[in-house]
Design a protein around this ligand. Structure first.
Ligand code: ADP
Ligand code: MG
Length: 156
């Protein structure tokens, strides 16, 4: 099990964390991204998008459930499951998750039944002001390199 806990002290650091993660993604990788409103999920997602070479601005897909970005090193499927809490889960999202892009899922707890067990799990907690605690965890050994670099880039 790979597990790392660190803090960011300003938004740009969370963006940089996203950029670092992007360098270690591969086809079919899935990021399950948890955190309350205002935690920094979209800030992180923006860093991932930049790292994948996406120049569009990333916005929360809440009202669309999913936004796709194809002009990228790998296609990015950005899913926001918030509105699926009590609603229709038969949307065929598995097709994207199992496809050859990268899937980033906000509010993964609402579609936990389709989150792969080897996803990269990231949770962000707002500690107040600009401080965020970030917990990264996975049982997927393909992310070992990412964890090594995370410890170097964010040693606190
Ligand atoms: P979410 O998508 O989780 O609702 P956003 O990324 O949209 O959150 O918003 C996070 C807000 O918190 C932004 O206004 C951002 O500028 C601010 N912020 C302050 N410090 C940080 C930090 N260390 N990391 C990420 N965002 C931060
Ligand atoms: Mg958001």
């Amino acid at each position: 099990m790979l597990d790392y806990l660190f803090k960011t002290k300003k938004p740009i650091e969370t963006t940089q964390f996203g950029q670092l993660v992007a360098r270690h993604l591969f086809p079919q990788s899935v990021i399950a991204l948890s955190g309350d409103l205002g935690a920094g999920k979209t800030t992180f997602a923006g860093g991932v998008a930049q790292g994948l070479g996406i120049h569009e601005k990333i916005i929360s897909p809440t009202f669309n459930i999913m936004r796709c970005y194809f002009h990228a090193k790998l296609p990015l499927f950005h899913i926001d499951a918030y509105r699926l809490e009590s609603g229709n889960k038969e949307l065929g999202l598995e097709e994207f998750i199992e496809g050859n892009g990268v899937t980033l899922i906000e509010w993964p707890q609402y579609i936990s039944e389709i989150i792969p067990i080897d996803a990269l799990n990231i949770s962000i907690i707002n500690l107040g002001d600009d401080l965020r605690q970030i917990h990264v965890q996975t049982n997927n050994p393909r992310f070992a390199d990412l964890f090594a670099q995370l410890k170097e880039a964010f040693p606190w």
